[in-house]
Design a protein around this ligand. Structure first.
Ligand code: C5P
Length: 229
């Protein structure tokens, strides 16, 4: 099974209160992007990596690729306005020989190679397989602050990345999204809307997305623990 990987790394760092694009924010002495590249570097299944970067950041991204010791072919491309645009741009330059595409947010630096491998294993049986965690808290529906209902959580999962898909199916889903003006921050949703069969692959809460300065601090602490400092 041939696999192309896409790392989306073209988002801004605005909510982190930083000028630097999020994927280039430092974490544990490296950039956020470095960790996703590192995970790719140890995965034999992946044949090429496409990285979407903010326009003008290609040189910085190339340096990160080298630092991560990525020895498989890679392509850097300027991302689009929204995440969905970045994925579409990246998809268009993935190798037509790849049967599967695995997409990952550079903003999730704690994804492990095992999470990628589990998604790649599951996608052999289905159209898409996504990392996710079961919802642990009770969810409330509100109107402003007023509680109007309680959502049964038994069947609810929080979607993360990596997400692996049959390449042709994902391209079709993105094409249809363009034509029908669907917008989403989740590729799986597009494939679902096209009737694809998808599965969740149980991941870990540590695979959270860095959004706020507090998230960066938590990620720093987890990394320091993992490296035994
Ligand atoms: O902004 P947020 O963290 O939700 O974005 C998720 C991922 O998508 C990030 O890794 C970000 O770099 C990427 N992204 C992108 N192009 C955009 C917006 C976000 O590649 N236009």
């Amino acid at each position: 099974m041939r696999v192309s990987a896409i790392i989306v790394a073209a988002g801004s760092g605005m909510r982190l209160g930083l000028d630097a694009p999020k994927a280039f924010v430092p974490l544990g002495g490296r950039s956020l992007l470095y960790y996703s590249l590192r995970a790719m570097a140890v995965l034999d299944a992946i044949g090429e990596v496409v990285v979407t970067v903010p326009a003008g950041m290609e040189q910085r991204a190339r340096a990160e690729v080298e630092r991560a010791g990525l020895e498989i072919p890679f392509k850097l491309v300027a991302g689009g306005t929204e995440r969905q645009d970045s994925v579409r741009i990246a998809l268009a330059i993935t190798s037509a020989e790849s049967e599967v595409v695995v997409i990952h947010d550079a903003a999730r630096p704690l994804a492990t190679p095992a999470m990628f491998a589990a998604c790649l294993d599951a996608v052999r049986r289905v159209d898409g397989a996504i990392a996710a965690i079961a919802v642990a808290d009770t969810l409330k529906r509100t109107d402003g602050r007023m509680i109007t209902g309680t959502v049964a959580r038994a069947e609810l999962w929080q979607a993360q990345t990596p997400q692996a898909f049959r390449r042709v199916m994902l391209i079709e889903a993105h094409d249809r999204a363009m034509r029908e003006r669907w917008t989403t921050t989740d590729d799986a949703e597009l494939v679902e809307r096209c009737g694809g069969h998808l599965e969740v692959v149980e991941s870990s809460a540590t695979n959270f997305k860095i959004t706020t300065p507090a998230d960066l601090e938590i990620a720093e602490a987890l990394m320091a623990r993992n490296s035994g400092h």
